[in-house]
Design a binder for this molecule. Structure first.
Ligand SMILES: [Zn+2]
Length: 250
């Protein structure tokens, strides 16, 4: 671990920078690949140049071989698709960091974000999602409340939201769900809400066939990565010998 950390530090130094001068680029979106893995999308920074210190340490043949590997893997969706420019480790989807004084950008892996940016990518991505969900909620709330109302207005409720007058068979339960959701939507305080709570409300609404904003739909449907599949990919990548193995520090 010592050698690995040393290597990361050396890379920052080789660019004439120190770790604390770098920041994570601003997230503008999070997409999901077909295996449920998150792909972070970052704001563009015109005038900044992309630094690739790890690639710069490779010979032309090594770099070509590595990039070809990445391309093949990107097409099949299996195996590593990028390299962390800070430490050389194989990664899936890079995170971008920036150095404002020197106008540098660099692609690095989430582990290096954790080690050097003092932040976890899981937290950063959750914070981003929460921000989007809160913003979308404010403009969506009125129509959602109306839709709930339209779906239960023909029923009278007692003070607990229980349906007093029944319609067709099985209907009351559904009506009550709309009524409850409507109350929850009304009472939600967006200044003090957790990701879990607000995403839960959107999911509930979707289940009741209330239209939710596309952007929200995309963000909350993040599937859990299929563990066995990931294991297999790791195994595959491990067993595959390449001329570049010597660059991947332990
Ligand atoms: Zn790294």
């Amino acid at each position: 671990m010592k050698g690995y950390k040393k290597r990361q530090l050396e890379t920052f130094t080789s660019l004439g920078t120190s770790p604390d001068e770098w920041q994570i680029c601003e997230l503008v979106g999070i997409e999901t690949d077909d295996k449920g893995r998150e792909i972070p999308i970052f704001r563009a920074y015109p005038g900044y140049s992309l630094r690739r210190p790890f690639y710069d340490t490779l010979s032309k043949e090594e770099l070509d071989a590595l990039i070809q590997d990445h391309e093949i893997n990107s097409e099949s969706g299996e195996g590593w698709m990028n390299s962390c420019q800070l430490c050389g480790h194989n990664i899936m989807y890079p995170w971008k960091i920036k150095h404002d004084k020197k106008l540098f950008l660099m692609d690095i892996g989430s582990e290096c974000i954790t080690n050097f940016m003092n932040a976890s990518t899981a937290t950063v991505s959750k914070e981003f999602k929460l921000k989007v969900l809160k913003k979308e909620f404010k403009s969506w709330k009125r129509s959602a409340v109306n839709e709930c109302w339209n779906n239960h207005k023909h029923f009278r409720h007692d003070e607990y939201g229980d349906v007093l007058t029944y319609g067709r068979e099985n209907k009351p339960l559904i009506q009550r769900k709309y009524f409850k959701l409507q109350e929850e939507l009304r009472q939600l305080d967006t200044d003090d809400v957790s990701y879990r709570k607000i995403s839960g409300l959107f999911k509930k609404a979707k289940k009741l066939e209330i239209k939710i904003p596309d952007q929200v739909d995309k963000l909350i449907q993040t599937k859990k990565p299929i563990k066995t599949k990931l294991k297999r990919i790791k195994k595959l990548s491990k067993s595959r010998k390449s001329a570049l193995d010597k660059f991947f520090w332990k």
